[in-house]
Design a protein around this ligand. Structure first.
Ligand code: FE2
Length: 192
């Protein structure tokens, strides 16, 4: 007898790339550093490094792509809006504590500069971890693998790419163990 394991109640994590990013990469990096030079870091989830205060949704190349992604993802009659946007420069040794993005529907990150080596990975916790901890431990490895039924998943940053995920998911960024800065852009979104 075969058993079909239905992977119900999905937790959509969108992975995307921005066409044409390499041509604008260096200018985007210069813009972020020029803001950093004159702006104090805010302190939220970051431990070390620099996190900007709220910015307008820039660069255009990124938010044009986001519009295309959301058009593909949402029902035609649904609208979305961009909430807070901020820039992150995680220097050597810095990281982001576990956090969620309350009061919005989706959280997002885009990687502008990713140094080679262990510069910090994004860990997203399974929202069912607490409720299903014994079950998750007990499931056969091949089923766990096929359903991504782990206690958390680790996502590698890739320059010119990013992730959009439900904002209630607890996540963190591990320590930048390289000498170079790791630069990303984060933002929140509302589904209206
Ligand atoms: Fe976050």
């Amino acid at each position: 007898m075969t058993v079909n394991c239905i992977s119900a109640f999905p937790c959509p994590i969108l992975q995307f790339g921005v066409d044409g990013f390499p041509d604008q990469r260096d200018q985007i990096i210069r813009n972020i550093y020029s803001i950093k030079e004159t702006t104090e870091s805010v302190s939220y989830s970051n431990e070390g490094g620099w996190q900007s205060p709220k910015q307008s949704p820039t660069p255009n190349i990124l938010f044009k792509s986001v519009n295309s992604i959301m058009t593909q993802f949402l029902n035609e009659e649904l609208q979305y809006s961009i909430g807070n946007v901020w820039f992150n420069v995680n220097s050597e040794g810095s990281f982001n504590h576990k956090h969620t993005h309350p009061c919005c529907d989706l959280a997002a990150v885009f990687y502008v500069k990713v140094p080679e080596g262990d510069c910090g990975r994004l860990e997203i916790e399974n929202p069912n971890y607490f409720n299903q901890v014994k079950l998750l431990d007990a499931m056969k490895p091949n089923i766990k693998e096929s359903m991504i039924a782990f206690t958390s998943m680790w996502l590698n940053p890739v320059e010119g790419c990013g992730f959009i995920f439900p904002s209630h998911l607890t996540h963190r960024v591990s320590k930048n163990n390289t000498k170079e800065d790791r630069i990303s852009i984060s933002w929140n979104m509302h589904v209206n």
